[in-house]
Write a protein that binds this ligand. Structure first.
Ligand code: PEP
Ligand code: MG
Length: 580
């Protein structure tokens, strides 16, 4: 028996035999070839490109049918790169100029292009370097004539073990067949970890020493909530893990039962509990948790991991798919929110001193010489067309003044008029804004008269109110979710919404924190939006409390001096309610 520790990536307990996923190593020599051999190398590169492209388009098509357009878009992006002269020319140049074999030239050219991305030291671009490695690997195996899509052979109930999983690997996984996975590389926000959570597969990532320790067919037990992995567990350990697995499954079953009940307080006040999603696949995965709608559809996911922009039709299909999955329940689509820590390849982002205070969110769409308003126009056309297939609400991120709201409303009217003039089928949408800058919160009484709803982005509202970068661990103690100043702004926003008769929701992480549920309810929040698995926990609290006590608690939280004091009040109240 051997114990390993990794990073907890996706909750759940799995026990099964290891399926070690490792590609056969390719023999690649950097020896200089005679000139007479070069034509054959160019020909094998050409064949490799064709084989890799056909494999990728098959994969993209299958993923499109099984998992939706968003994920398929990743592979379509890879396909585009594979056909791009800028990608191919350096490989050919290395064959012709340096007399390298096709495989050696692919390795060198891809590595050079990867290093260019990595040199930028940006998490997002680092992920693009991974994509490039994925493409290079696929091309190398195709050029060598080796088929490596062996994940399809995974035996049912196996635990997948690998150094890392590329997006194209995870896309081939059938969640019904595998018990979970453990990989040696990656962190909590890596592609692999995000995919595991979406598929609700137990997963541990960043597990050092994994491949040295585990052999194909070994028994493994793993816990995705604390990151522990046991190789060849003894009887007692196996029993312990079985007990843990039963407890996890019982808890999940109880939560799924709770999910069927309405979110209503003991004295009959109902609230909406919605889900945050990034892709249609997320919406599908959320259905068993019975959300009242989508409170935040982060549309930027459709724009990421690809060299170009999605066209209007692709957007229309994705938005319509989510609307159809939600069967008439509201879907709040957030317009493109990139910039800050989320650039996209299709729009050149100049370096900025303070990207989080810079060309981000709606600003990127509105403030550019030309062109970017077209991104928003196209997105609005797709949203208005999709609204013919469901209840679509559209909201704009990073609003900080009245002029921006006027600008987006004008764009919306212009786009709608264009659809009417062209006789194109479309539907009605509600228009809202995210309240995530202190400026918007303080001006909420003026903004409320201009739109149909508000959604509070507590992640950014906290970061901007407290001037504390939400991703900087060194000042994590300053990023205080329960800071009374943030709560006072939240209270102002809800109050402004009430005065103008518009609903106010929250889609930042705070909406899914159990300690926050009662005071937010007491302030009069109409809608809470969060990750699907948090829904029943928040629902359980709402169903056990009364509005008068929630209101009294909210008053005390607003009156607290420190975040610690506010949190202690909220936490005590939460525990008291849980005892019922
Ligand atoms: C927020 O800021 O609270 C929010 C929901 O937006 P994001 O986390 O995508 O910035
Ligand atoms: Mg935000």
């Amino acid at each position: 028996m051997h114990r390993l520790n990794g990073i907890a990536a996706s909750p759940g307990v799995a026990i099964g035999r290891a399926f070690v996923y490792a590609l056969p190593p390719l023999e690649i020599s950097d020896a200089r070839l005679p000139a007479s051999a070069l034509d054959a190398q160019l020909e094998s590169l050409r064949l490799g490109l064709a084989r890799a492209a056909s494999g990728l388009s098959e994969l993209a098509e299958r993923v499109r049918v099984e998992r939706g357009a968003d994920l398929a878009g990743v592979f379509e992006g890879h396909l585009e790169i594979l056909g791009d002269e800028e990608f191919i020319a350096p490989i050919e140049a290395l064959i012709r100029g340096s007399h390298l074999s096709a495989l050696a030239a692919i390795r060198q050219a891809v590595e050079m292009q990867r290093q260019e991305f990595l040199a930028l030291e940006d998490d997002y671009l680092r992920a693009r370097a991974d994509d490039l490695a994925d493409i290079g690997r696929r091309l190398s195996y195709a050029t060598a004539g080796v088929n490596f899509s062996s994940l399809a052979d995974l035996p049912a109930g196996a635990l997948l073990v690998a150094r890392d999983l590329a997006p194209s690997d995870t896309a081939q996984l059938d969640p019904a067949r595998i018990a979970g996975f453990v990989v040696e590389c990656g962190g909590r926000t890596s592609h692999t970890a995000i995919m595991a959570r979406t598929l609700e597969l137990p997963a541990v990532v960043g597990c050092a020493g994994l491949l040295e320790t585990v052999r194909d067919g070994d028994w493994l037990a793993m816990e995705g909530r604390d990151g522990s992995v046991v190789v060849a567990p003894d009887e007692q350990t196996l029993t312990d893990f079985k007990v843990l697995r039963e407890a996890f499954l019982d808890e999940r079953a109880a939560m799924l039962e709770l999910a069927k009940l309405p979110a209503v307080t003991l004295d009959g006040q109902g609230v909406m509990l919605a889900v945050n999603i990034g892709t249609p696949a997320d919406a599908e995965a959320a259905l068993p948790w019975n959300p009242d709608g989508v409170g935040l559809y982060r549309s930027e996911f459709l724009f990421m991991d690809r060299p170009g922009l999605p066209d209007e039709d692709e957007q229309y299909k994705a938005y319509s798919r989510v609307a159809a999955l939600m069967q008439g329940k509201p879907v709040i689509l957030r317009t493109l929110d990139v910039g800050g820590d989320k650039p996209i390849a299709a729009v050149p982002f100049p370096p900025e001193e303070n990207p989080f205070l810079g060309w981000r969110g709606v600003r990127m769409c509105l403030y550019r010489e030309e062109g970017n308003q077209d991104i928003l126009r196209q997105q609005l056309r797709a949203a208005l067309r999709a609204a013919a297939n469901g209840d679509i609400w559209v909201m704009y991120p990073m609003i900080s003044n009245v002029e921006e709201v006027e600008a987006v409303l004008a764009l919306r009217d212009e786009v709608r008029a264009g659809l009417v003039a062209a006789g194109i089928r479309h539907g009605a949408i509600k228009t809202g804004i995210m309240i995530e800058t202190p400026g918007a919160a303080l001006l909420a009484d003026k903004l409320a008269g201009m739109v149909d709803f508000f959604s509070i982005g507590s992640n950014d509202l906290t970061q901007y109110t407290l001037a504390a970068d939400r991703g900087n661990e060194r000042i994590a103690r300053c990023y205080q979710t329960f800071h009374p100043a943030v709560w006072r702004l939240i209270a102002m926003v809800i109050e402004a919404g009430k005065q103008h008769g518009i609903p106010v929701g929250m889609c930042g992480e705070l909406a899914g924190i159990e300690e926050a549920a009662l005071p937010l309810l007491g302030l009069g929040l109409d809608e809470f939006s969060m990750s699907a698995q948090s829904l029943p926990r928040i629902k359980r609290l709402i169903r056990r409390c009364r509005m008068d006590e929630a209101r009294a608690l909210a008053h005390r939280v607003l009156d607290a001096r420190t975040a610690q004091e506010a949190l202690a009040l909220a936490s005590d109240a939460m525990h008291a309610v849980m005892q019922r």
